[in-house]
Design a protein around this ligand. Structure first.
Ligand code: ACO
Length: 431
């Protein structure tokens, strides 16, 4: 970040203030208001942080108008097409793609951490079998803080590195354990001769009674889902992780807070909600009825999988996902998938509709990811969990970057207070 020579003049009532401008490598310049309150006594008001850069970051860049997503400068389409998830993890964490030696070493480190403490198994038996797996994930990931005390000192870079590696390695194991718990099946141990995505599918769909065989095409699709979800700059869950981490909380607790935030239907829960919408629509001929509902101001219905806070263009991840969707269904020999037919027709109609054009509502990553996840054999409840598995590397990379940033302070937004002015307490019998 470099400060520009020019200053922005801000006039508040009869006084004016010179505000610095900073420019990054790409993207909009920012106006520095960090001293505004101390100098003017005013706060800025920006609900939902639509115009506020909360930090500086080198990890991920999005140009929402153009539909561009870069991980450390590399376009998401290229990484998804040519790379793999573990390589993406290395890139996000370390800033550069690994050479083959670095990749082998990194893979070995991650494999070394795939098992979880045996006692953690007991947590799962405390949950009802019908517990939502995201509820389980919120609990057990937070509980990791109680198991790995040797990687909770956030001021020690080596401990931070170990915590990041542990979280990347253990998330698929915990996610698979949550899934197995819902099925009433025993947890399947990780198999370290498998790649990351294949190992995850093995733990989810393998059985202790059978030799598990992971389908290569399905593992590739799983890997792609993880790559596409790996990071997305300062989204709600990542900002939650940063905010939790800004107080000095340990990494496992911070990631648990990210999982909780991700669960919401406006964020990671949208993939689950999107499939529900497609199922509710049920057939192509009912699409116009649902388009009308989405456009009706008096109807709270939203077309899930459409629209994005940042993308005012086609989400580049949705394009990759649409292709992956066709590949998986072709591979499985599904000639006519009703949900995909509805999705394709819905997309076609929405992209030509004035309401969606005017509001710049395009399909987002969740629009197709649910169909792929369903085709891989996952129930809807697991969709957001898969998102969390992929996003863990983004969360830990952003968390680590924040700790290393010497300008970082505890996150503490201000407010515009609209409640009662000061008044005197009235005793209960006088009210
Ligand atoms: N269907 C119908 N109308 C919509 C939709 C939608 N999916 N999304 C936005 N709109 C409309 C809103 O009603 C609003 O209309 P108005 O201007 O007349 O009031 C306008 O478009 C702007 O919407 P906001 O909610 O203000 O936009 P915001 O940037 O805050 O919301 C969000 C983005 C939450 C993603 C929204 O588009 C949405 O709810 N989409 C559906 C859920 C979804 O798919 N979420 C996944 C996001 S991607 C991810 O997390 C991986």
């Amino acid at each position: 970040m470099s400060e520009k020579n020019e200053k922005i003049k801000l006039s508040v009532k009869d006084k004016s203030y010179d505000l610095s401008m900073h420019e990054g490598t790409i993207g909009p310049e920012v106006i520095d208001i960090s001293n505004l309150y101390s100098e003017s006594g005013n706060f800025t008001y920006d609900p939902g942080f639509t115009s506020t850069a909360s930090c500086k970051s080198r990890i991920t860049f999005i140009d929402g108008e153009e539909g561009i997503l870069l991980y450390r400068g590399y376009p998401i389409e290229q990484i998804a097409e040519k790379g793999n998830f573990l390589e993406t993890c290395y890139l996000l964490l370390n800033g550069e793609l690994p050479n083959s030696e670095e990749f082998t070493e990194f893979s070995e480190i991650i494999k070394n951490y795939t098992m979880v403490h045996e006692q953690l198994n007991r947590f799962f038996t405390g949950f009802r079998p019908d517990a939502h797996p995201m509820a389980i994930m919120c609990g057990v990931v937070g509980a990791l803080s109680a198991f790995y005390h040797d990687s909770t000192d956030i001021n020690d870079p080596e401990q931070r590195r170990i915590a990041c590696h542990r979280l990347i390695a253990k998330m698929p194991t915990l996610a698979a354990m949550a899934f197995k718990h819902s099925l009433g099946q025993p947890a399947i141990y990780p198999k370290n001769n498998l790649d990351y995505a294949s190992n995850f599918l093995h733990m989810c769909f393998g059985l202790p009674t059978e030799e598990s065989k992971v389908d290569k095409t399905l593992a590739k699709a799983m890997d792609k889902i993880l790559i596409l979800h790996a990071d997305h700059e300062q989204n709600a869950s990542t900002s939650t992780v940063r905010l939790a981490g800004s107080s000095g909380a340990n990494p496992f607790a911070c990631i648990a807070s990210g999982i909780a935030c991700l669960w919401g239907p406006a964020h990671g829960g949208a993939n689950e909600a999107c499939i529900k919408t497609l199922e509710e629509i049920g057939s192509v001929d009912r699409i116009p009825e649902y388009i009308l509902k989405a456009k009706d101001k008096n109807d709270p219905f939203r077309l899930m999988g459409f629209g994005h806070r940042v993308y005012k263009n086609y989400d580049p991840r949705a394009k990759v996902m649409q292709k992956a969707c066709h590949e998986v269904l072709d591979h499985l020999g599904v000639k006519d998938n009703p949900l995909l037919s509805i999705a394709l027709e819905l997309e076609k109609i929405a992209l030509e509709d004035d309401y969606f054009i005017e509001k710049k509502l395009y399909p987002n990553v969740d629009f197709y990811s649910g169909i792929v996840m369903k085709s891989l054999g996952f129930p809807m409840e697991m969709f957001t969990v898969l998102f969390a598995v992929g996003r863990t590397v983004g969360w830990v990379s952003q968390w680590n970057e924040m700790i290393e940033d010497t300008s970082q302070r505890i996150g503490r937004p201000r407010q515009l207070y609209v409640g009662s002015k000061q008044r005197d307490y009235v005793k209960l019998n006088n009210r």
